[in-house]
Design a protein around this ligand. Structure first.
Ligand code: ZN
Length: 469
């Protein structure tokens, strides 16, 4: 557009006044001084160790952060203190209720045709087996739909097993189709009479780390233990079953349902100079599963969103506020996010842009918005400033946002942004014991931090307040 206007100015075909009006509207989302500051923040962030120091501190000093545990409380205190030490203008906690659950023991064996250990993990919310465990013959299905189609009572006394393989994909698009079997597999298996449920891990790993994750029961359907086996173990089961003889396994799962618990969203804000009530929301989640140390999911997101805001505050005061929200109990069902957006339901218009980092720590390769047409000139300017970080601009304007933004999107026309990360390897580690700090590449984390800093500062300073569609 701009080039067209410049050409028109040179040839002076149209009335000059009209030209200037249109041209300046397009050119004025950011002043040159603001763009200079953006460049400074970007260069500072891409060389700073701060996000690495934060993720190292969280995953080392606190470690795993299952909601409601002592570690979760430590994480809340850690985050509050870090926000204060980093000099955020306002730091506060907001409570969130969630169903509290603990894992105490999990083990499994193939019993026949020969005894072999089975690497498995209980899915979140799973009930226990009897203390001495339970055993039964395995009935294998290739897909969740195949289990649903199984005849009534066909699994009486048996252990249902879905061997669906998740596809590897840069955007993690294999996760959705695979995760159906995790959410509701135990319910469908119990309806057919199964005494326990096993699934192939929702994972692309070839290691023997089983993938945990949320699962749900349905009222009126008996609750049976629900587990995921590591992918090599799923292959082993499939080979044994293909031999045609009964394959019997033993499971021992000990967990506890503790009823309703409380955790906290931890929030840090850099207050805007001109429109303090309006803000850019940078999200991530503070909780993690209990098996690893939650470095990729979501320690990296916590660290880089905190660091991004701090880098901005070191260079300038944004015109709108930048609010970093570390959501509670995401893994057990987005409980912190539901509480947050409900609490602010009458003031959601104050959010001019929202993005969540919850997809590991690999590089950001693309930027995408989901905003109204009036916001697009500013979006294009942001995209230009992200380009030096190797980030391309996806013009579809159909960003979906991270999981904690789902309640926001359901309540209003939310101005959502995606800083798309490379996720090709993410599901090799996600929700497993192998999600540890060594999987975070410090240089890639810096690039992420710089991207979030550029995005947040520009969204906070755009002349036109951005809004959803
Ligand atoms: Zn996550």
């Amino acid at each position: 557009m701009k080039r067209v206007f410049r050409t028109l100015i040179k040839t002076s075909i149209l009335p000059l006044v009209a030209l200037c009006t249109s041209y300046t509207t397009l050119a004025q989302e950011f002043s040159q001084a603001e763009l200079d500051t953006v460049a400074k923040v970007r260069e500072h962030a891409r060389h700073s160790e701060l996000s690495w120091q934060l993720v190292e501190s969280l995953t080392t000093e606190v470690g795993p952060r299952l909601p409601g545990t002592e570690n979760d409380k430590m994480a809340v205190a850690w985050a509050k203190k870090k926000f204060q030490q980093l000099g955020f203008d306002k730091v506060w906690l907001e409570p969130s209720k969630f169903p509290e659950w603990r894992r105490y023991h999990e083990s499994g064996f193939i019993l026949t045709p020969s005894k072999q250990p089975l690497h498995l993990t209980a899915l979140g919310n799973s009930v226990s087996t009897p203390k001495a465990g339970l055993s039964g013959e395995v009935v294998m299905f290739e897909t969740f739909d195949e289990l649903i189609a199984a005849p009534a009572d066909s699994l009486k006394g048996k252990i249902a097993f879905i061997n669906y393989r998740m596809n590897r994909d840069i955007d993690g698009n294999g996760y959705g189709p695979a995760v159906k079997a995790r959410n509701k597999g135990a319910v469908e298996a119990a309806k057919k009479g199964a005494i326990a449920y096993m699934m192939r891990s929702v994972s692309t790993s070839h290691h023997r780390f089983a993938h945990t994750g949320g699962s749900h029961y349905t009222k009126g359907v008996s609750k049976i233990p629900t587990t995921a086996v590591a992918n090599p173990d799923a292959d082993q089961l499939a080979r044994l079953i293909a031999l045609g003889k009964p394959v019997k396994v033993e499971l021992n799962i000990q967990t506890e349902d503790l009823g309703e618990g409380t955790s906290y969203n931890v929030i840090g804000e850099i207050t805007g100079s001109k429109y303090p009530e309006q803000y850019v929301l940078l999200g991530s989640h503070l909780d993690s599963w209990d098996l690893g140390t939650g470095a990729l999911d979501d320690g990296a997101g916590v660290a880089l969103t905190m660091a991004a805001a701090k880098h901005i505050a070191d260079h300038t005061r944004p015109e709108r506020s930048i609010r970093v929200v570390l959501f509670a109990a995401e893994e057990l069902g987005l409980w912190g996010a539901k509480a947050y957006f409900k609490h602010y339901q009458d003031r959601l218009d104050n959010i001019v842009a929202a993005a969540e980092s919850d997809f590991g720590a690999d590089v950001v390769y693309a930027f995408e918005s989901n905003v109204n047409a009036a916001s697009l000139p500013a979006v294009r300017e942001i995209a230009k400033q992200l380009k030096p970080l190797g980030i391309k601009y996806i013009r579809k304007n159909a960003a979906r946002g991270g999981p904690d933004l789902i309640p926001f999107k359901q309540m209003t026309s939310a101005p959502i942004f995606d800083l798309h990360q490379v996720g090709t390897d993410y599901f090799d580690y996600h929700h497993t014991a192998d999600d540890t700090l060594d999987k975070v590449d410090p240089d890639k984390l810096k690039q992420n931090t710089a991207a979030y800093a550029v995005f947040a500062l520009m969204a906070a300073n755009a002349e036109t307040a951005m809004a959803g569609k």
